[in-house]
Design a protein around this ligand. Structure first.
Ligand SMILES: Nc1ncnc2c1ncn2[C@@H]1O[C@H](COP(=O)(O)OP(=O)(O)OP(=O)(O)O)[C@@H](O)[C@H]1O
Length: 605
């Protein structure tokens, strides 16, 4: 086991499905997997672009499981209520991982969770976020609560009153913080009918951030290529998916900018058909959020992109639209203005000069470097691999246990490659977004009984549970074959930030499962692995939703509208932001979004 040093940029992943294979020397020891991800082949331009997007999306086919933490920083986490429920649920990170959870004055400390996970560095998790662990000293490390603004409170009340709404706002206006509060309030309101609040998002990592599932997984529609009628027929054959549609009273859809307009219509129609109610989504209350200036839906032809707001049934579904205007993430008005120009793709010469000046190198005395963001995944892997090689410390290697019914091995390997969990995870003591402070056996993991964030040894030793693609929870995944031979698991310490305050939380990280299921429940591909990834570097797609104090962005290979804006808007301040290869011609907003945004109204408060 390694010493109690800092561990490597780990991030906890919860349902992030990007693979993170790190080439590693093999001195190790863990057992092998059933399916080995295939070697990468070279791709042509369009294939590469689609692959980049697909990789970053973490598989809409994938159903992940409830993540336990998000390793990364900023994630969005699970609600407090989940905390108090089952052991499995308690393993999820509290909602306040790097993001400050929204707190109302009545909120308890236990309710603070991290919605974001990603934020990551070392390890386990859902990418951005997460972590769960509890502050090591609650009285000293307890982060200060975040109070909702008037704009946020207004929206929360409408949601509580049963209105179907869409709320947006530029990066850092507290959409995620508000969503956490909305989830909390809705769960309380519908406490008597479990699972009547469907928490979904366009991508696995975004879903992870809010303790939900992908919209595809919830709906049970696979990749959703058929007509609404055909998809509804398929869902009828899947008892679990059908039951979900019937019992759902509210559906939340996060990161809607990446939901294709046609898919939105299909979902609304499938809900109508299955619930025998002509209203879109069969009359379910719909809460939609996201920023259309950020990443768009994946489309083979970027010129043919169709946004959700262009869906035929968008207007019939969304009765009220709100635009949050107060930016919380950045305090510096100059930086806020620069980002706003960038958001609309209209940079002034002065702002271009300022962004170019951010190429200067930054040094940090405390040994915690900036999170590097790249447009493409191969650059992320190269960067993480190189950082790992430079660490002179004992390594622990964890091999995944893969399984599933899929006969086409090559196809299975392709799917596995898109899982966030690595086939082979190599960990060393080092510091990144999370710090691996030691490797230990579950029974030796000491927790503070007075600390509501603590993941107790009892729950920590629980077998990994997985949510099915259909969204059901609680099924028990087989323990990793390698897991039974590995006696020690990493203990990861995460820094949790709320507002201006920070605290530390530790968690014992144990295997989780990811799987892809057919609508009939058959598991095609599954992987059990520690939910940690290296997080010195991450893709811009994965960074969406996160808040990062120290960021280094390389924009050389930007390939998507909104991508440069997403990357730079993760930073909280200019002092902690380094930008390489800034090119104003690559800073673009989609004209349809610009046009649509003119219809938005802010909330008079
Ligand atoms: N009411 C609030 N008071 C204080 N801080 C807040 C408030 N709402 C949000 N924040 C802080 O602002 C930052 C950004 O919040 P959040 O991630 O919710 O924004 P977002 O709109 O979801 O951003 P993005 O679109 O980039 O994902 C976080 O650090 C969060 O803690």
């Amino acid at each position: 086991m390694s010493s109690t040093k800092l561990m490597s940029g780990l991030k906890t992943i919860k349902r992030d499905f990007t693979s993170n294979a790190v080439a590693a020397p093999s001195s190790s020891q863990t057992p092998s997997t059933n399916v080995n991800p295939g070697a990468k082949k070279s791709l042509n331009g369009i294939e590469q672009r689609l692959k980049d997007i697909q990789d970053a999306l973490n598989g809409q086919l994938v159903q992940g499981e409830r993540m336990t933490m998000k390793g990364a920083a900023g994630q969005k986490r699970s609600s407090p209520n989940e905390y108090e429920d089952s052991a499995a649920k308690r393993r999820q990170l509290p909602s306040s991982w790097n993001d400050a959870p929204s707190h109302t004055s009545s909120q308890t400390r236990a309710s603070q969770g991290s919605r974001n996970l990603s934020r990551p560095s070392t390890s386990v998790i859902p990418t951005s976020t997460i972590a769960v662990g509890p502050p090591t000293n609650p009285s000293r490390d307890k982060p200060a609560p975040v109070f909702l603004s008037q704009e946020q409170t207004h929206i929360l009340k409408l949601v509580e009153n049963g209105e179907s709404i869409f709320y947006t706002g530029s990066a850092g206006t507290g959409k995620s913080v508000l969503l956490r509060e909305i989830i909390k309030v809705l769960k309380k309101k519908h406490a008597r009918s479990a699972d009547s609040v469907a928490i979904t998002a366009s991508t696995g990592i975004a879903a992870c951030n809010i303790g939900g599932v992908t919209i595809h997984s919830f709906a049970g529609i696979g990749i959703g290529v058929d007509s609404a009628e055909h998809l509804a027929q398929k869902v009828r054959k899947n008892k679990k998916a059908m039951a979900r549609w019937l019992r759902t009273k509210v559906i939340i859809i996060d990161e809607v900018s990446m939901v294709d307009g046609d898919l939105y219509d299909k979902l609304a129609r499938v809900g109508s058909i299955l619930r025998k109610d002509t209203k879109p989504f069969g009359g379910i209350q719909v809460i939609v959020t996201g920023d259309f200036f950020q990443l768009p839906p994946v489309n083979r032809d970027p010129r043919a992109v169709k946004f959700a707001f262009e869906a035929e049934l968008w207007g019939q579904t969304i009765k009220k639209t709100f635009n949050l205007t107060k930016v919380f993430r950045q305090k510096d008005p100059e930086f806020v203005d620069m980002l706003n120009e960038m958001r609309f793709g209209r940079l002034t010469t002065a702002s271009i000069m300022k962004f170019k000046k951010l190429a200067r190198p930054l040094q940090y005395d405390d040994g915690v470097g900036a999170t590097e963001l790249f447009p493409r995944r191969e650059d992320v892997e190269r960067s993480n691999g190189s950082r790992m090689q430079h660490i002179k410390a004992e390594e622990q290697i964890y091999k995944a246990y893969d399984s599933g019914s899929i006969a086409d091995t090559e196809q299975g390997q392709k799917v596995l490659t898109n899982f966030m969990a690595s086939e082979r995870l190599i960990l060393k003591s080092a510091r990144s977004m999370g710090t691996i402070v030691e490797f230990t056996e579950p029974q030796n993991f000491m927790t503070n009984p007075d600390d509501p964030y603590t993941v107790s040894p009892a729950s920590a030793t629980t077998k990994p549970t997985s949510a099915s693609a259909s969204g059901s929870k609680g099924s028990t995944a087989a323990p990793a074959r390698g897991a039974s031979l590995v006696q020690k698991w990493p203990v990861v310490e995460f820094i949790v930030r709320q507002g201006q305050n920070t605290g530390k939380r530790r968690m014992l990280v144990q295997p989780e499962s990811w799987k892809v299921e057919l609508p009939n429940g058959e598991v095609q591909v599954a992987r059990t692995q520690l939910p940690l990834i290296l997080a010195w570097a991450m893709s811009i797609h994965k960074s969406q939703g996160q808040t990062l104090d120290r960021v280094k962005v390389d924009l050389a290979k930007v390939f998507e509208k909104g991508q440069a804006y997403v990357a730079l808007s993760r930073a909280t301040c200019l002092e902690g932001l380094q930008v390489l290869n800034f090119d104003a011609t690559k800073v673009n907003a989609h004209p349809k979004v610009v046009q649509w945004s003119k219809t938005l109204e802010t909330i008079p408060v």
